[in-house]
Each structure stands twice: as structure tokens, then as C-alpha cells.
Design a protein around this ligand. Structure first.
Ligand code: FCB
Length: 437
């Protein structure tokens, strides 16, 4: 295998999200989000786990930044907890909440780690949910107000702003399938929620341009790679795109929805599509796996198994899939600057007697995908950076603490952090600016 080198300014980072790591759920004026409510409702999360304490990051800022430094990270992608800074969703700002993020950003800057902010990583203030949440069109203004609070507080220290994390997933799992907060299963609600999320994205970008002319704005859909099981199943690929990332990227880039062949349509007011299709500067892509599908007898896509390795979530490991996905994105929306904002693998790690976590499968996963990222750049993809998911083990949504994605292990009893072998491998990639053999 040859060396896989990256361009000199390539950004190496790791990612987290507020509800998954912060804990301190009831501290310093924070109020509930839909995930607090959802996880405290028995039966929604494995072992009825909640993010009340999570990885206690709120109290361990210094430790966690020291870890980032040890790994050599050039960037850190994190999200803001909306209910921590605006406990009621809009109106009164909670300065203690805001101070936490100011401290975080200052410390990152002191350590030469570039902060990449995500405004919405799924923890909607419960107060807004009680007023209809993403289904209420007024949320577009609430979100924009929240974005403006953050632009004003941190705009002098942040260049990269991502409005939404995986809007295709949060809307699908939260409003169609109901396994994520707020646990709704309704096609019409889903379609309308997607529309309001997109509008909130567009308005937040417009507000950001007005306040921070030098900043970069983007959005981060999840994009897996889908293959047809046989040639006859090829139509599935476009179908999956239209229902997934296309539902987000086509309105944002072309100002129109893809054809999803459904009678359930959102209410779209005049001017909405123009507001949604503001120019953006980058897209973040969260990519984890590839899938193969066949059309079942009712004409619906059905997953087929493949003789390929999988993670403990049964996610197929296929680095070539990331390259193929990046070409699809480029061919569909053009050669836009891209960051892989999440990529990683879940395995049931153990700390062994030597005090280490020998997660060789995760290290191999990273080696495969990072090498694929180098190939993609050589093939003309404008890939600017890569973020491992995740910096530390955390609250993994409906899986609770039973799915570990960290490159750093967290003992949730003691909150002790241990850099895993995959973390050491990633640190060597950063040091060498590539995979060296
Ligand atoms: C993504 C989410 C992230 C994390 C990973 C494993 O869908 O954005 O919060 O849960 O999956």
C-alpha cells in the first residue's frame, strides 16, 4: 500500500454534540430539550439511559481540550445546546450558558484548535416543542433569533457555522419512524418539519451573512452510499437519494424538492424556496456506511446482506462507498467544498489489564476511510477536512451508552478518559498529514 498524503492545509478534527457529551442537564439555568424529555420517558432509550450526566464534558472542559491537544487535533466540531443559551427557546438569554461556549472557544483558540460550530444537533428546547416544535412555522423565526444570539456572542472568534446536523435523519427518525425525539410517526408532519428546518437553515444563513460577512456557512446531511443489489434494482438508488440527502441538498442548491412520488406535500408559501436556496460555502457530510438494496414485491427497497465486514451496529464497512458517494454529490450539486463532518465506528470496547483499549477494528476502519479520503481528493473532490466521530464515547441516542464511537474511551462510572489505539492511530495520521506505512 502506498502512502496516502493530504494537502498541506487539510483540516483534521474530531466531532461531538452537546446533548451527547455535556451532561449538566439542570445546571446554570439550562432547561429541558426534547431529548431530555424523550430519554426520561421509559422505553425510548436502551436501559432508560439519559444525557443527564453523559460524559460530563460541561465540568471537564480542560481535560477534554488537553485530550484534543494530545491527539494533535487541528479542529473541533461541536454543537451548541439551544436550551442552555435560550432556555425557553427565544427571549431571555442565559448568560451562564453562553459563557460556557465562550470559555470553550477561547480555550480552543489558545490551543490552536479551530472551532467548527453546529447550531442544531437535535436538542430542541422543550418549551418550543410544547408550542408545536418544528411543525409550527414560527420556529423559523425562533431558530433565526437563536442563530443571531450565537453570531453576536461568538462571531468574532468563529469562521465556520453549520446550521443543521443531519436534518434528513433527525426529521426521518423523529417524525416519520418515531424512534428519536420527539417520537412522532406521521408522514404529513414529517414533510412539513423538513420544510421548516430548511427554511430555518436559509434564514439563519441570510442573517449570518448580514452580521458576519467573512464567515462560512453550511449544512451537514448524512449521506450513506446505496448500491442496487442487481441491475434491475438500479432505480432504488435515485429513490433513496430523493428521500434522503436529496431532500435537503436539492432545495438548498436548486430551490426545488426532488420528486418523492408522494401525495403528502408540505405547505410551501411563495418565496420559501428562494429563502431556502441561499448560497452556502460548504457542505458537511456525515458518512458511516454503504448499503445494498433490492426492490421487494411491493416495489419498496429492501436491504440485502453482503459478505463485507460490519461494525457492532451492523453498518457495512466499505471505504470505496465513501468515494462513490462523494462523486455522486459532486455530479449532482457541483464541486462544492466538502468536509467529512462525521465518520467512525461503534465497537464494544474494553479497557484491558495494561490500561489500554486495543480497538484494532476501529483503527482499521479509520485507516480504510482516511485512505479513501486521500483517493477522493486525488480524483478531484474538493475535500477540505475530516472529523472523526467521536472525540469521546458518549450518549448514543436510542442506544444510550451501549454504542461506543469514541477515539477516546470514557468510563461512565468514573468519567476516566483513555485514548484508544484508534486515537493513537488517528494522532499519527495527523502528525504525518496522511496514512504512512
Ligand atoms: C450520526 C449523528 C451523531 C452520532 C452518529 C453515530 O447520525 O449525527 O450524533 O449519533 O450518528
Amino acid at each position: 500500500m502506498q502512502n496516502k498524503q493530504f494537502p498541506p492545509n487539510f483540516i483534521w478534527g474530531a466531532a461531538t454534540a452537546a446533548y451527547q457529551i455535556e451532561g449538566a442537564a439542570n445546571e446554570d439555568g439550562r432547561k429541558d430539550s426534547i431529548w431530555d424529555y424523550f430519554s426520561r420517558t421509559p422505553g425510548n432509550v436502551k436501559n432508560n439511559a439519559t444525557g443527564d450526566i453523559a460524559a460530563d464534558h460541561y465540568h471537564r472542559l480542560d481535560t477534554d481540550i488537553a485530550l484534543m491537544k494530545e491527539l494533535g487535533l487541528k479542529a473541533y466540531r461541536f454543537s451548541i445546546s439551544w436550551p442552555r443559551v435560550l432556555p425557553d427557546g427565544y427571549g431571555a438569554v442565559n448568560n451562564k450558558g453562553l459563557d460556557f461556549y465562550k470559555r470553550l472557544v477561547d480555550k480552543l483558540r489558545d490551543n490552536n484548535i479551530e472551532p467548527f460550530i453546529t447550531l442544531y444537533h437535535w436538542d430542541l428546547p422543550m418549551a418550543l416543542q410544547n408550542a408545536g416544535g418544528w411543525l409550527n412555522r414560527r420556529i423559523v423565526d425562533w431558530f433565526t433569533e437563536y442563530a443571531q444570539v450565537m453570531y453576536k456572542a461568538l462571531g468574532d472568534r468563529i469562521t465556520s457555522w453549520c446550521t443543521h446536523n443531519e436534518p434528513n435523519v433527525s426529521s426521518y427518525l423523529g417524525y416519520k419512524v418515531g424512534i428519536h425525539a420527539p417520537g412522532v410517526k406521521d408522514d404529513a408532519t414529517f414533510a412539513q418539519v423538513v420544510h421548516h428546518i430548511l427554511l430555518s437553515h436559509g434564514d439563519a444563513v441570510a442573517a449570518g451573512r448580514a452580521m458576519l460577512p467573512n464567515a462560512q456557512f453550511g449544512i451537514a446531511p448524512a449521506i450513506s452510499q446505496n448500491y442496487p443489489a442487481t441491475e434491475a434494482d438500479t432505480p432504488i438508488v435515485k429513490m433513496m437519494w430523493n428521500h434522503g440527502p436529496g431532500l435537503i441538498l436539492e432545495p438548498v442548491f436548486f430551490g426545488r424538492y426532488p420528486d418523492v412520488n408522494s401525495s403528502v406535500k408540505p405547505i410551501i408559501l411563495s418565496g420559501d424556496m428562494e429563502r431556502i436556496s441561499q448560497k452556502i460555502d460548504f457542505i458537511g457530510i456525515n458518512h458511516y456506511f454503504s448499503m445494498w438494496f433490492k426492490l421487494n414485491k411491493d416495489g419498496y427497497p429492501e436491504r440485502v446482506t453482503k459478505d463485507l465486514p460490519v461494525t457492532d451496529r451492523n453498518w457495512i464497512i466499505y471505504p470505496q462507498g465513501m468515494i462513490d458517494m462523494l462523486h455522486t454529490v459532486k455530479n449532482t450539486i457541483g464541486n462544492v467544498p466538502i468536509y467529512i463532518t462525521e465518520n467512525g465506528a461503534s465497537y464494544p470496547d474494553v479497557v484491558t489489564a495494561d490500561g489500554c483499549v486495543h480497538d484494532k477494528e476501529r483503527a482499521a476502519y479509520y485507516k480504510g476511510y482516511i485512505s479513501a479520503a486521500a483517493d477522493a481528493i486525488n480524483q478531484g473532490i474538493d475535500l477540505r477536512g475530516y472529523f472523526a466521530w467521536s472525540l469521546i464515547d458518549n450518549f448514543e441516542w436510542e442506544m444510550g451508552y451501549d454504542s461506543r464511537f469514541g477515539i477516546v474511551h470514557v468510563d461512565f462510572e468514573t468519567q476516566k478518559r483513555t485514548v484508544k489505539d484508534s486515537g493513537k492511530f488517528y494522532a499519527s495520521v495527523i502528525r504525518n498529514n496522511g496514512v504512512v506505512e
